[in-house]
Design a protein around this ligand. Structure first.
Ligand code: 4NP
Length: 152
């Protein structure tokens, strides 16, 4: 079984959506994949995903309401095969705390897709619903290319 940890800043907008989408695509493709999500920051520990992420994903039949925010920890680097960052700040923070003995591939989630703003998933937190729709569309295409690469 392959294990992937999706990571953003607060673990309430992008990475819970990325987990829901990866699980949905893995099921559709018959892949044996375990996915969790985490944040680099501690502000939202224990919280549900943002209501706008929940609504956007619900519109395509994906329920993310069982998720609760948590912060990344050192053990994650030994547990997961892939730790995927949503933006370059998340990636820099992950590289900073990654233990030398880590087994995880720590990469930008969007790095296997061309043309998406250097692989970054824009933070929709301070914007409106349109930003969450754009995030969903972007995450679907990124997740597809990520899985094609990870299982090639
Ligand atoms: P996320 O979005 O990293 O995609 O979960 C954010 C959520 C909360 C905050 C920033 C980004 N915040 O500053 O509280």
């Amino acid at each position: 079984m392959m294990k992937v940890l999706t990571v953003c800043l607060g673990n309430i907008c992008r990475s819970p959506a990325a987990k829901g989408i990866l699980e949905y695509l893995a099921k559709e493709k018959g892949l044996d994949l375990h996915v969790e999500s985490a944040g680099t920051a501690a502000f939202h520990i224990g919280k549900l995903p943002d209501a706008r992420s929940i609504k956007t994903l619900k519109s395509v039949g994906i329920d993310i309401t069982q998720q609760r925010a948590r912060q990344i920890c050192v053990e994650d680097f030994h547990e997961f095969d892939w730790i995927v960052a949503m933006d370059s700040e998340n990636l820099a923070n992950l590289k900073h705390i990654q233990p030398l003995s880590s087994k995880a591939n720590v990469v930008m989630f969007g790095c296997y897709r061309d043309g998406v703003n250097f692989g970054e998933v824009d933070d929709p937190y301070y914007g409106g619903d349109a930003g969450f729709e754009a995030m969903k569309v972007q995450l679907f295409s990124i997740a597809d290319d990520f899985l094609a690469n990870a299982y090639e």
